[in-house]
Design a binder for this molecule. Structure first.
Ligand code: NI
Length: 208
């Protein structure tokens, strides 16, 4: 057997998923600009302020204060994400791999699930470090996740389940670099190359 029948099945599905993503991005991706008039949505017109969050990881409560003194890289997604999260986390992992051991020791990564219904802390603890050992996972109550997402200008929306009960969660896909003092320092767009991610982290390490 070869892979051709599988490819023929998968390609239309991937094309459909990408089309849906583009449509969603075009019409609904609107982080933190709810008060901006329609048709006037300058990118990051209301830059998110970042700040504290109260979530849970496999080792207990997780809050921004836990990372004081280190550079923290945040990403919001979910483990069942078919493509966007794995791509982003792979780029982030490559960026982290470019750090020296000393730099990496001063850096932490946190994957925050916007799908707490399926993403248990145990599942997140298996998923996040798969990409890089300094990546941890966290989630929380729907309210706590929503509050964290709001603080960082993250948008997400669970889509209706299909006949099998599977569902996707559309989500924005920026990476957030938090300085050692807890200040949201930089928002890196999706597809930021690993070298630029590493540079953004180094910039904050040097600012202490
Ligand atoms: Ni995702």
């Amino acid at each position: 057997m070869n892979a051709a029948p599988v490819s023929r099945l998968l390609l239309p599905a991937i094309a459909a998923a990408l089309t849906a993503l583009l449509v969603w991005l075009a019409f609904f991706w609107d982080p933190g600009t709810a008060t901006a008039p329609a048709g006037a949505r300058p990118h990051l017109a209301t830059r998110p302020g970042g700040g504290e969050f109260t979530l849970s990881g496999a080792r207990g409560p997780v809050s921004l204060a836990d990372y004081r003194g280190k550079v923290l890289v945040l990403y919001f997604g979910y483990t069942y994400c078919p493509d966007v999260c794995p791509t982003s986390l792979a780029l982030l992992a490559q960026g982290l791999a470019e750090l020296t051991p000393v730099e990496a020791a001063q850096t932490r990564g946190l994957f925050i699930s916007v799908d707490p219904e399926r993403d248990t802390v145990e599942r997140l603890a298996a998923y996040a470090p798969f990409f890089h050992p300094i990546l941890e996972g966290a989630t929380g109550t729907p309210e706590a996740v929503a509050a964290a997402a709001r603080a960082y200008g993250v948008s997400y929306a669970r889509q209706p389940a299909n006949a099998d009960g599977h569902y996707v969660v559309d989500h924005s896909s920026a990476t957030y670099v938090v300085a050692p003092d807890g200040r949201l320092a930089e928002i890196l767009p999706h597809d930021t190359p690993p070298a630029a991610i590493a540079a953004a982290i180094r910039k904050q390490l040097g600012s202490r």
